[in-house]
Design a protein around this ligand. Sequence first.
Ligand SMILES: [Zn+2]
Ligand SMILES: [Zn+2]
Ligand SMILES: [Zn+2]
Length: 363
Amino acid sequence: MSLTASRERLLATTDHLIRPDQNLNDRQQSWIHPRLIQSVDPIKGRQLRVSQPIRKGELLLVDLPYALIPVVDCPEQSEDIRCSNPACHRRVARTVERVSCPNRCSADVVWCNPSCRDADNIRHQFECTWLKKYATSIRSKWGEYDFGMLWLIVRILANRHVEFRNTPSSDKTGSVSSNLGSFETGWNAIRSFCGSQETWAHSQVRHWTMLVKKYLGSSDSLPHGMSSSDVLDLICQEEANSFGLYPRETGAFPLPELAVDRGEQFGAGVYPTAALANHSCSPNIIHKPDNQSRMVFVASKDIATGEECCISYFDLTKKVELKDRRDHLQGSFRFVCKCDRCVSEEPPEEEVQWEEFPSMEDF
Ligand SMILES: [Zn+2]
Ligand SMILES: [Zn+2]
Ligand SMILES: [Zn+2]
């Protein structure tokens, strides 16, 4: 790695940017920069903007996941698995004494220590029976992707269950973050995610409908009380808004001379505020989970007043050509990318068509 590349990477590393004076030790709250605002674009829908200029390198968002699952090949060996307790979500190294579920529901469920496990008891009880009953069979029948998707939905429902127990019923709607009244939090934020059944291909929706019917109906072992169609809507939203968690940052652009990819995925999660960010193939935000699995946004360029804040939804080092990028975004996120970079790289087809029009001299 060249010196320039390592300096670029140092700048893009997010953990050191969280200063102690930003008071982020309270795990119950996300932190949103006072200049980061939410607005609605008639075409793109909800988006993040800045109300005043932001300098390159400034921290813009530290967002707690609403739900998170590990995505690792071999949980017993993995160094990247995270604590199941949402108030912790720290990396649980193999060398420390991990705690598993006494019910042996899944090898992917671990905690840092007995107190992390005990504090997470109510939430885990919600998923434990379901995991024990279905984890192995879903994995062998439908594969890791569908299992991960279903488990993430179960964890969202488990957090909702805990949230509703803790919140007086009059407070269930309209709760807002302390920083900015325009940002919704908790279950309300998840329910306002973009994505619906119309977003996705019919064959995809049919497949999810079948999975919901088979594995996610409300029952004694999964007492969420929602209708099948509401759970299906939740899948459509989760699939359009969830983040993959990778050890290194996503979105450095222009690509450094010796670009480093973002590494192997170790988790997937839903983030109430981070999910508002739209995509650009030349983003002005770099994102990366910190060591407590919070999603951290840092400005990678100076951002002018009113400018939209965009992240990249994929690893820019892996898809460089216009066609690769657009095919990927169309397939995974259901839109044709019209970002500045994509538009500037479009082949000039229209010009040829214009030349075929009769000129004035022909009349
Ligand atoms: Zn823990
Ligand atoms: Zn369990
Ligand atoms: Zn693009």
